[in-house]
Design a protein around this ligand. Structure first.
Ligand code: ADP
Ligand code: MG
Length: 483
């Protein structure tokens, strides 16, 4: 047993998701990524004297949507609070956030781990706030430049309980958060473009200890993988310190993606006092039960529900279901497809097999796929009726149909001469014809050399020019030989 096995890790994550609203959290400036620097900025965003913020209705709607999806309690009376601090990219000198009255309390997100087990991560809270601008340190060699386009962009901060126990669990949790916000259409979930950000709070303690160790906060990870790396690094660093009898400093650290290490940014001992107080320029926002119900009735289908449908009613394996659900657009295509076929398993195979490869080879996404789901259903019907073999359908019929979507699969299969011969009288003749060429081999077969069956079948297949239904053919050859 290594020393590391003596310890248990405790992790809580704080995620910021940038909302896909048209305008900012408290002003009508557009909340779009990009644009020339400092062009999406009005006097409200700048907090000029005499200006007043107004709460973005859509941001409230998104917060409630997320709250419903993660089983939170949604607060009726929502107050906003000022969090005061000075920074060059914070033009007002304060951020309008929520302090004591987050819009959501409690709830949970269930993450799926690699080994198939589930991990329930409880949530502490979700609150609404605005983003700061951006300080650009790497454009001018001497000066830091400020772009305030992002200032005031709506965010939801999702804070977990200290329930996570490893880097792998953190990774799985984040995957679930991203999937969820994408299904809800409230955030694009793009961590590389920082529309989803995550800070990790990490501590270690001896297994079975009653009290958590002192936590360290790590920032600046720009991918899920890097969150996992940062956590793994911290676990080792902290255990090494404890083992050496050294104290863990309560601090904020930054992640260095180059070497996978973390380094100290600032100590928490002399942490900022943000002097929170209720935002005097905003009335509290009331979220009524009626409003919550109206959003509930318009909720999109969520990944968990799809998983239950696919594995339950459709009888797909957990693996297939997980694959299909991974991307909302793929699941949507599949959902359309199964409106036209009852062969759910074959539909799943087509989406994850031929369609996926076709798109991958052309670097396309499923949203750019032009063949309608009912056309795939036509192919599946042809295969199921025995008219076309699986391989002919995948390799020839399918790509041709993409190019000729106005034809039916049946027409095209005929034109391409892919219709299999399953007429047993005709087939029987071919079998008799083929077998007549190999009298000695037939004796060998009858004397126990059953491995010859494949050879006989191959000969008939040649005579049928590849159009015989392999299943029927096999059966027929066997029967004829055993007569
Ligand atoms: P702070 O007051 O420093 O912001 P919070 O209590 O608000 O701390 O917690 C922030 C995050 O840190 C939450 O996700 C919480 O679950 C997590 N957390 C709290 N204590 C610990 C701990 N001892 N180890 C790891 N994570 C912790
Ligand atoms: Mg806190």
């Amino acid at each position: 047993m290594s020393v590391y096995d003596k310890y248990e890790t405790v992790i809580g994550l704080e995620c910021h998701i940038q909302l896909l609203t048209k305008t900012k959290m408290y002003s009508s400036d557009i909340a779009e990524y990009g644009g020339l620097p400092n062009t999406h900025v009005s006097v409200v965003t700048l907090g000029h004297p005499g200006t007043l913020p107004v709460v973005n209705k859509r941001a409230i709607e998104f917060a409630v949507k997320l709250g419903i999806a993660v089983h939170s309690n949604i607060r009726e009376e929502n107050q906003f609070a000022r969090k005061n601090y000075f920074y060059a990219d914070l033009p007002k000198g304060y951020q309008i956030t929520q302090d004591k009255t987050p819009i959501c309390n409690g709830g949970y997100i269930t993450a799926k781990l690699k080994d198939g087990t589930e991990k329930k991560v409880n949530l502490t809270r979700i609150h609404m706030e605005e983003d700061a601008g951006k300080s650009l340190h790497d454009i001018d060699p001497f000066e830091t430049l400020i772009d305030l386009n992002r200032a005031g962009t709506p965010l939801l901060e999702i804070v977990t309980e200290p329930d996570i126990r490893s880097g792998e669990e953190a990774y799985a949790y984040l995957t679930e958060v991203r999937k969820l916000v994408r299904y809800l259409d409230i955030c694009d979930g793009n961590m590389e473009e920082s529309s989803l950000r995550c800070d990790a709070n990490i501590s270690v303690m001896l297994k079975g200890a009653k009290e958590f160790g002192k936590k360290v906060e790590v920032k600046n990870m720009n991918s899920f993988r890097n969150v996992q790396r940062a956590i793994d690094f911290e676990i080792k660093r902290q255990i090494d310190l404890v083992e050496a009898g050294e104290p863990i400093a309560g601090e904020t650290r930054s992640f260095d993606a180059e070497d996978g290490s973390t380094f100290s940014l600032r100590s928490k001992e002399n942490a900022n006092d943000y002097r929170y107080f209720p935002e005097p320029d905003l009335q509290p926002v009331f979220v009524t039960q009626e409003y919550i119900n109206s959003i509930k009735t318009n909720m999109p289908v969520l990944p968990d529900e799809l998983f239950k449908l696919y594995t339950g009613q459709y009888k797909l394996s957990d693996y297939d279901a997980t694959q299909l659900i991974e991307l909302k657009e793929v699941a949507a295509y599949y959902n359309q497809l199964v409106k036209h076929t009852t062969n759910h398993k074959s539909a799943a195979n087509w989406v994850m097999g031929p369609i996926k490869s076709f798109l991958n080879e052309r670097a396309l996404t499923i949203s750019e796929f032009t063949l309608a789901p009912d056309k795939i259903a036509e192919i599946i019907a042809l295969i199921d009726s025995g008219a076309v073999s699986n391989s002919a359908a995948a390799q020839r019929l399918f790509p041709e149909l993409v190019n000729h979507p106005t034809k039916t699969a049946q027409q095209l299969a005929q034109e391409l001469d892919l219709i299999q011969n399953s007429n047993s009288n005709e087939l029987q003749e071919l079998v008799t014809q083929a077998l007549s060429k190999f009298p000695e081999k037939i004796t060998e077969y009858k004397n126990g050399k059953t491995g010859l069956l494949g050879m006989f079948v191959g000969e008939v297949m040649k005579l049928s020019k590849g159009k015989a239904d392999p299943k029927i053919l096999n059966q027929l050859v066997k029967e004829t030989l055993e007569k």
